[in-house]
Design a protein. Structure first.
Lengths: 107, 118
């Protein structure tokens, strides 16, 4: 079993749609959880940290369920510029990256 | 936000040559930097953890004699790919942890170096 698993997608959605990504992780001792965004041939950029209480940043909402070892990312009112690969990242001192979920937002 | 630079951004070399990649934290100090490799359509794979003033910690399966890491200062780590071969062609990305405890675990990434070995 992979340490961090994501559905690779692609998720192909129209502008304005709401889309949700899920991620599971295997190490119950993990302490840090993030969603990163990676555009084609670019470095990953931090989108948001994920906390047990959940957190929201504009159109983006992240949730963490430690009992189920599950992380989610919800994007509301999708924009064309949201098209990218979203990486689920889990770790403590060392970060483990999921293989990413590709999102395509069409006009 | 914290800025990390990498140099060069792209390098093409002949098989058998060595290539050095620099990773610099521009506006913060980092006792720890990380080196990743990413193959096309694959996720980032951690190669090694670079520790300022001490030896790097390599992940399983990464040859330390092939991927030499030096972390000489709090703002600079270098990765040297020795005797590069075509299978070493990849996207190499570094990241750094700011020293400040509040940002522990949050890593800031350099723009990456695309290495092509002919």
């Amino acid at each position: 079993r992979k340490e961090v698993e994501q559905d690779p997608g692609p998720f192909n959605v129209p502008e304005g749609a709401t889309v949700a990504f899920n991620c599971t992780y295997s190490n119950s001792a993990s302490q840090s959880f993030f969603w990163y965004r990676q555009d084609c041939r670019k470095e990953p950029k931090l989108l948001m940290s994920v906390y047990s209480s959940g957190n929201e940043d504009g159109r983006f909402t992240a949730q963490l369920n430690r009992a189920s070892q599950y992380i989610s990312l919800l994007i509301r009112d999708s924009k064309l510029s949201d098209s990218a690969t979203y990486l689920c990242v889990v770790g403590s001192y060392k970060l483990i990256f999921g293989s990413g979920t590709r999102l395509l937002v069409r006009p | 936000g914290a800025v990390v630079s990498q140099h060069p951004s792209r390098v093409i070399c002949k098989s058998g040559t060595s290539v050095k990649i620099e990773c610099r934290s521009l506006d913060f100090q980092a006792t720890t930097m990380f080196w990743y490799r990413q193959f096309p359509k694959k996720s980032l794979m951690l190669m090694a953890t670079s520790n300022e003033g001490s030896k790097a910690t390599y992940e399983q399966g990464v040859e330390k004699d092939k991927f030499l890491i030096n972390h000489a200062s709090l703002t600079l780590s270098t990765l040297t790919v020795t005797s590069a071969h075509p299978e070493d062609s990849s996207f190499y990305i570094c990241s750094a942890n700011p020293i400040a405890e509040s940002s522990y675990n949050e890593q800031f990434f350099g723009p990456g170096t695309r290495l092509t070995v002919l």
